[in-house]
Design a protein around this ligand. Structure first.
Ligand code: GLN
Ligand code: ZN
Length: 757
């Protein structure tokens, strides 16, 4: 029988049980015992779901984050989170979120930095190192989980983040050399492996996803050192890589003295074939054949055809698994009772992916029941390929007819800006906001009632109009120069648009963990995307009718809509992005026609779509930037296009950003103390820029002086004619009593600068 296993399972629960328990625990409403009981129940439920596998993963479960768990196991939670006299869970949650239940609010500065886990939307807590970091193994919780699984009758395969990836992900707080910690770290891993062996564990999965990135020689060497050291210990090591292909690292992997290797066969089919040749006759090759990153059914017949020769070649050395941990997909499709049957039949969430895995292994062994499953699967795959729901001939016609002019504004920036300025007559240092204003409990309640059918469409519209009117009068009172309608009617910046475009589908329980207790429910793009009619025009038009100030229309850009959705796997991402771009273009032109002459197209997620390998960045940037241009550039010269990006880390992609050619870009800068602007200066960025002068992530009200200071620094780097004054990002998560004084100060700061220049 072919060995089947899984790299990790979603821990949030099919109804987000972990989220609700955690949040109740954090509020002090449930005890640690209650929290641990739910956690234990979820683990058992997950193993139960995986009971047909030869091994179940253990240690993939986490109360917050698996990287933070590794930090806890290695015993180096930051000292500021408390010492060992305090309960472990208290220190853990301080490291995770700045606060443990019962902590006074004055102590909210413990939280570690959070960043994206490779190219996923999962965020981990960055381990912190200094030259004098000491590790002290803390294996109890992991060992207890191993025992828990074994006691329930499962064969446990603990999952560890590999030492080299762990170092690679960490940050040294004193610029010391990360790799200097390797020997000390390996000593901990050795001890841990021995303990796991003593606990009756035969295989340990050790994740080194950095192997799908371009590695400097010292990191390659570190991997050699690590696995030469660790393979001396007893349990068999299954070295797991995922999220891409090994490419140049293939030889390195083939040379490591581990008992087995897991490869992402979705992205690295060639790696599988290469390693099947190169591995030694004792080594296991685990093939990640089910896509752990999307929600589509696997084409099982195609997969079987790929696996058959490998099966012959490798025999029992062939293992099967999903490509990566299933953490990145929703839990259970069967809860989705409202999806159209046809489309539901094309989908697979975590539970269903495990069923696919089981069927594939059975089919390899020639079991009769599997052939029925595969025959059904073939029908589903064919139904999707041929479906009219997927393929819209009008969209195909339109994309085929895209001509180069569609990507171009009519004139160069210099000419455009002169025309825009003559029309808009904005002062120096024009003030604006990024779009959203506080989403009050009242606004959210109205939307809930509307969705539940308790509030009529007309009633909801009326309620939102009142909100917009309040928002406009607040902005007028503040003296802002370019107003927005405030986005009260939007639940989410992608969902709002997806719900009104063709080709999108929304699940009810399709939650995926983003960080800690936070989950997102990405839309599913299943078919060709097209514009069905105006999505934002009525709101913007209504808002514009209430003021004589310029009104900025507000849209989400094609790249962001793409990157925050589950996308089709039957065409390149770039093609889907292009379709979305055309739909956004239609909306841009509809806004322009309705008299809205400033239009912002947010690309909050453009940067995060960058591939893991730098050598692939340019290709991505080329199509991403083209899509943005396609969405924006149909307008007349007098229409001013803004874009917004809420991060400061784009030193290396500035050229791409500049080639988007937005008339104005607003960016996050206040937290990086405007360091980013040096890059814009060096690059002599030609168009206008609004460096965010107010950190909206903090409840603090920035003073006039602070903002004047930032703007003066900006003026020293860029020409004053280039500068706008705005917050870092949208204000939806803030309260009105925070926003008003902060914006008062911001407008005042702009006035101070106008007096100076
Ligand atoms: N216009 C959006 C808002 O203000 C932008 C949000 C974002 O960049 N994440 O909320
Ligand atoms: Zn933002």
């Amino acid at each position: 029988m072919t060995t089947i296993h899984n790299l990790g399972f979603p821990r949030i629960g099919c109804r987000r049980e972990l989220k609700f328990t955690l949040e109740s625990y954090w509020r002090g409403e449930s005890s640690e015992n209650e929290l641990q009981a739910v956690a234990s129940h979820l683990r058992k439920q997950n193993w139960q779901q995986q009971s047909k596998l030869n091994f179940v993963p253990v240690g993939d479960f986490s109360l917050y984050d698996q990287v933070l768990d590794m930090t806890a196991i290695l015993g180096h939670l930051p000292a500021r989170c408390g010492d060992s006299s305090e309960p472990a869970l208290t220190r853990y949650f301080r490291a995770a979120r700045g606060q443990a239940p019962g902590d006074s609010t004055s102590k909210q500065n413990f939280a570690g930095e959070m960043t994206k886990w490779f190219d996923t939307n999962y965020h981990y807590i960055v381990p912190e190192l200094t030259a004098d970091t000491q590790f002290a193994l803390n294996p109890d919780s992991l060992l207890a989980q191993v025992q828990e699984a074994q006691a329930a009758g499962y064969k446990a395969k603990p999952v560890l983040i590999g030492p080299v990836t762990y170092l690679w992900l960490s940050e040294t707080k004193d610029d010391s050399d990360k790799l200097a910690h390797l020997p000390a770290l390996l000593a901990q891993y050795q001890q841990l492996l021995e303990l796991l062996h003593d606990a009756g564990v035969s295989w340990v999965q050790i994740d080194e996803p950095i192997l799908v990135t371009e590695l400097e020689p010292e990191w390659q060497q570190a991997l050699q050192t690590a696995y030469q050291t660790l393979s001396k210990n007893m349990p068999n090591l299954l070295l797991a890589t995922y999220f891409g292909s090994l490419k140049d690292n293939c030889d390195l992997v083939a040379g490591l003295p581990v008992a087995g290797v897991h490869i992402d066969a979705i992205n690295g089919k060639q790696d599988v074939l290469t390693l099947a040749e190169k591995l030694s006759p004792e080594q296991v090759l685990s093939v990640g054949i089910i896509n752990g990153r999307n929600i589509w059914k696997t084409d099982l017949n195609q997969a079987l055809a790929f696996l058959k020769p490998l099966h012959q070649q490798l025999g029992a050395r062939l293992w099967l698994a999903p490509s990566c941990s299933l953490l990145h997909v929703p839990v259970d499709l069967s809860l989705e009772t409202e999806l159209p049957d046809t489309i539901k039949n094309w989908l697979a969430f975590a539970y269903q992916k495990l069923d696919e895995l089981t069927a594939l292994a059975a089919a390899l062994e020639g079991e009769a029941w599997a052939s029925k499953v595969l025959a059904q699967n073939a029908l589903a795959i064919a139904s999707r390929q041929q479906s009219e729901l997927v393929n819209d001939p009008d969209v195909a016609k339109r994309t085929a007819a895209i001509s180069p002019e569609l990507y171009q504004r009519k004139s160069e920036f210099k000419q455009r800006i002169a025309i825009q300025q003559a029309e808009l007559k904005l002062p120096l240092f024009p003030t604006t906001t990024i779009g959203s204003f506080p989403q009050t409990p009242d606004v959210r309640q109205a939307r809930r009632q509307y969705k539940a059918g308790e509030l009529s469409a007309a009633g909801y519209q009326q309620r939102m109009k009142l909100e917009i009117a309040d928002c406009i009068s607040a902005q007028e009172k503040l003296g802002l120069d370019v107003l927005v309608h405030g986005e009260a009617e939007r639940n989410d910046m992608v969902e709002y648009f997806g719900e009104q475009l063709s080709g999108f589908l929304f699940s009810k329980f399709g939650w995926v963990q983003s960080y800690g207790s936070r989950c997102v429910k990405p839309p599913i793009i299943y078919g060709d995307v097209s514009w069905q009619g105006p999505m934002t025009v009525a709101w913007s038009q209504y808002a514009a009718s209430l003021t004589t100030k310029p009104m900025k229309g507000m849209l989400t850009g094609p790249v962001t809509i793409l990157n925050w959705s589950f996308v089709r796997d039957d065409q390149p991402r770039s093609s889907t992005c292009q379709q979305i771009a055309l739909a956004v273009r239609d909306e841009v032109l509809a806004l322009e026609k309705a008299g809205i002459n400033i239009i912002q197209i947010d690309e909050a997620a453009l940067r995060e779509g960058l591939p893991l390998r730098r050598s692939e960045w340019q290709t991505y940037l080329d199509w991403a930037v083209s899509s943005f241009r396609l969405s924006a550039n149909g307008v007349a010269d007098r229409t001013q296009i803004h874009t917004h990006m809420c991060y400061s880390d784009f030193n290396e992609i500035l050229e791409g950003i500049a080639s988007m050619d937005a008339d104005v870009i607003t960016i996050e800068t206040s937290r990086s103390d405007l360091a980013l602007l040096s890059a814009f200066e060096r690059f002599s960025y030609p168009n206008q820029i609004g460096p965010g002068v107010y950190d909206i992530h903090s409840p603090n009200v920035p003073s006039v002086k602070q903002m004047v200071n930032l703007l003066e620094k900006a003026s020293a780097k860029l020409s004053v004619e280039q500068l706008w004054v705005n917050p870092d990002c949208g204000l939806k998560t803030r309260r009105w009593d925070e926003v008003i004084p902060a914006l008062e100060n911001m407008v005042e700061a702009a006035n101070v600068l106008r007096d100076t220049y």
